[in-house]
Design a protein around this ligand. Sequence first.
Ligand SMILES: Nc1ncnc2c1ncn2[C@@H]1O[C@H](COP(=O)(O)OP(=O)(O)OP(=O)(O)O)[C@@H](O)[C@H]1O
Ligand SMILES: [Mg+2]
Length: 260
Amino acid sequence: MIVVENLVKTFGGFHAVDGASLRIEQGSITGLIGPNGAGKTTLFNVISGVLQPTSGRVTMMGEDITGLPPHELFHKGLLRTFQIAHEFSSMTVRENLMMVPGAQSGETLWNAWFGRKGIAEEERALMAKADEVLEFLTIDHLKDEKAGNLSGGQKKLLELGRTMMVDAKIVFLDEVGAGVNRTLLNTIGDAIIRLNKERDYTFVVIEHDMDFIGRLCDPVICMAEGRVLAEGTLAEIKANEQVIEAYLGTGLKNKDKVMS
Ligand SMILES: Nc1ncnc2c1ncn2[C@@H]1O[C@H](COP(=O)(O)OP(=O)(O)OP(=O)(O)O)[C@@H](O)[C@H]1O
Ligand SMILES: [Mg+2]
């Protein structure tokens, strides 16, 4: 579905992504792991159009999408969430979902000509869709809560919910598990698996929690120093010498994460 060829992204003289090549199979939940600073987020930023690549190519279903802006990729069904959740804190959870660009037709010519009725109907449809998403994610009881009052994990679920307001084909999740308690992490994992099985979403998941990666992801791709080191099942990755060395190089904290 996605092919990345020789992608490079430099900041000043520093190669954050240094010739990364990988393929994401349609229908997969692909894990992306690697020690801190490996270039995972930068790779996501380039694929999702947040950053322009220095060089290299990204295709989606054979179409060259290199450097396309996020809103164009969004319309093609390529969405991402951020390592730090972005929410409109003074709006309710439901309103946050209803705000997703592309979920509504907005101020169209139709609305301008035919007046408020169309808008009211559309708003009802949007609200119903938002409620359905919240039910799917098992957070419908939070719909009228201000998004700013949500826990870190609940904000991550809301981010996932935003991808469900439009017809996403592939979703890039950056550290959905960071700072999330076990119960909520399981809920997030369940939602990802169901979206993959029932709604044909393809996922690429960056995560440091290896239990989470092991439960969800096949294959797993490991990056270090801006390059792809290895790809395989989590068990294969864990047994890979280069992977072990890459984690060892960054100290015990990271090593324990991948080898526990
Ligand atoms: N805007 C930037 N300007 C300069 N350097 C950057 C920028 N963004 C990232 N880097 C550097 O590029 C490298 C890769 O960073 P990146 O955030 O992609 O890593 P990561 O694999 O996502 O790490 P983590 O697991 O800690 O989130 C790091 O050394 C980082 O300091
Ligand atoms: Mg990152």
